[in-house]
Design a protein around this ligand. Structure first.
Ligand code: PLP
Length: 436
């Protein structure tokens, strides 16, 4: 015990004596250490507190319009208005598995309406607390029911929360190489070698599209090779899809990898988020899908799995929230609204693509040292700029530009009002470090 701690304990017992309190505390500051602040939410707080009128927020992965404001998708506003005027709706509980019209539409959206998995009744779906809840439910299921309890392999790097979610449910974590610092693209050979070396039957977490944080995705041909290695090693694919339609603007293209793996007969699972593609961040709208491998046992196995998932869900959240699922369900099940949604997706992905091109052009025009083609070859919400932690900290202290320490920027934070300023800031810090 440190001397500060023992002084604190003496003070606390003295104060109990004076105040007449008799209940001893189990959870003292010494028993529960302070957890570090979530780096991303800490960054958002620092941004909010910065009084500069030049400040730029490139931290959080949420879409912003050209005025740096959150954007309510016009189609979501329409569905929302319809819900408010619907006299048949009430605030009763949903079922444990969620809103049936939503889960069946979510299924079709990710594996395709004509998927053999749907036809053969070997896919089950539960509505979850957005993508995070889906990742968690999948992790929990694997940790409880996988007979071998294999390690789960995460890309290096990955969405930081993967580490916490999977370790919290007791899974062993392992990594596979993903990003090449040299090419700022995919370390494909490293990834394949790690998948080949991983123990037979490992669980492999794969980002379906718009990899977070790097923005680097395998090509279709590379996905085929990944599938081949995974089949030969009997690995289990765990897909995380948080950016369908948001990455390329095309829902089918962004679900290509998942559909390919299903077509190839894999047993797999998918955590699906509707936070980004519907702009329903705070409404926590998502789904977890389990697909059994084709075969005579597939449908009964899938039905058993659904029943066990329901028990896990019941013990954790009882039943999922209704509001976001009602909005998404209206859009997904109405062909006219669906078309409008696709247009909204193109608006978001199109603006991001423009910002990518705009940033690359500006840096190249200035002759900023280094190559910048990765800004346009990466895809989705994020770009892994390759800026060092030191450069990131200078951008924050000197230029009021906020981004995560690993050099990731949220492209949605750039707009026609701040892109010149940001390019000037990057140019300046890169040149300064080149002088050192
Ligand atoms: C890779 C990945 N998975 C899952 C999520 C889950 O997000 P949410 O819980 O908001 O749907 C995110 C969000 O940033 C993500 O980037």
């Amino acid at each position: 015990m440190t001397s500060t701690q023992s002084a604190r304990d003496r003070l606390s017992s003295l104060s109990s004596h004076i105040m007449g309190s008799s209940s001893p505390s189990v959870f003292t500051a010494a028993t529960v250490a302070a957890a570090p602040e979530d780096p991303l939410f800490g960054l958002m707080k620092a941004y909010r507190e910065d009084p500069s009128d030049k400040k730029v927020d490139l931290g959080i992965g949420a879409y912003r319009d050209n005025n740096a404001r959150p954007w309510i998708l016009p189609v979501v506003k329409k569905a929302d208005d319809a819900i408010h005027n619907d006299p048949t709706l009430n605030h009763e509980y949903l079922s444990i598995g969620g809103l049936a019209e939503f889960t069946s539409a979510a299924q079709k959206l990710i594996v395709g309406a004509d998927s053999p998995a749907i036809r053969e009744k070997r896919i089950c779906t539960l509505q979850t607390i957005s993508g995070t809840g889906a990742v968690h439910l999948g992790g929990l299921f694997l940790s409880k029911f996988h007979p071998q309890k294999p390690a789960i392999y995460l890309s290096n790097p990955t969405w930081a929360n993967h580490n916490q979610i999977f370790s919290n449910v007791g899974l062993t974590l392992a990594k596979y190489p993903y990003f090449s610092a040299k090419t700022k693209g995919l370390d494909f050979n490293g990834m394949i070698a790690a998948l080949e070396a991983a123990p037979q039957g490992s669980v492999i977490l794969l980002h379906a599209c718009a990899h977070n944080p790097t923005g680097v995705d395998p090509t279709e041909d590379q996905w085929k090779q990944i599938a081949e290695v995974m089949r030969s090693r009997s690995h289990f694919p765990f897909f995380d899809t948080a950016y369908q339609g948001f990455a390329s603007g095309d829902l089918v293209r962004d679900s290509w990898a998942i559909r390919y793996f299903v077509e190839q007969g894999f047993e797999l699972c998918v955590a699906q988020s509707f936070a980004k593609n519907f702009g329903l961040y705070g409404e926590r709208t998502g789904a977890f899908h389990f697909v059994s491998a084709p075969g005579p046992d597939a449908a009964p196995a899938c039905s058993n799995i659904a029943s066990q998932l329901a028990i896990l869900q019941r013990s954790e959240i009882s039943n999922p929230p209704a509001y976001g699922a009602r909005i998404a369900s209206r859009v997904l099940n109405d062909p006219v609204l669906f078309k409008e949604w696709e247009a909204d997706l193109r608006t978001m992905s199109g603006r991001i693509l423009e910002m990518r091109q705009g940033l690359r052009d500006r840096l190249e025009k200035r002759g900023t040292p280094g190559s910048w083609d990765h800004i346009t070859s990466q895809i989705g919400m994020f770009s892994f700029t390759g800026l060092s932690e030191e450069q990131v900290l200078t951008l924050r202290s000197k230029w009021h530009v906020y981004m995560t320490k690993n050099g990731r920027i949220s492209m949605a934070g750039l707009n026609t009002n701040n892109i010149d300023y940001f390019a000037e800031a990057v140019d300046s810090v890169v040149r300064e470090s080149a002088k050192l």
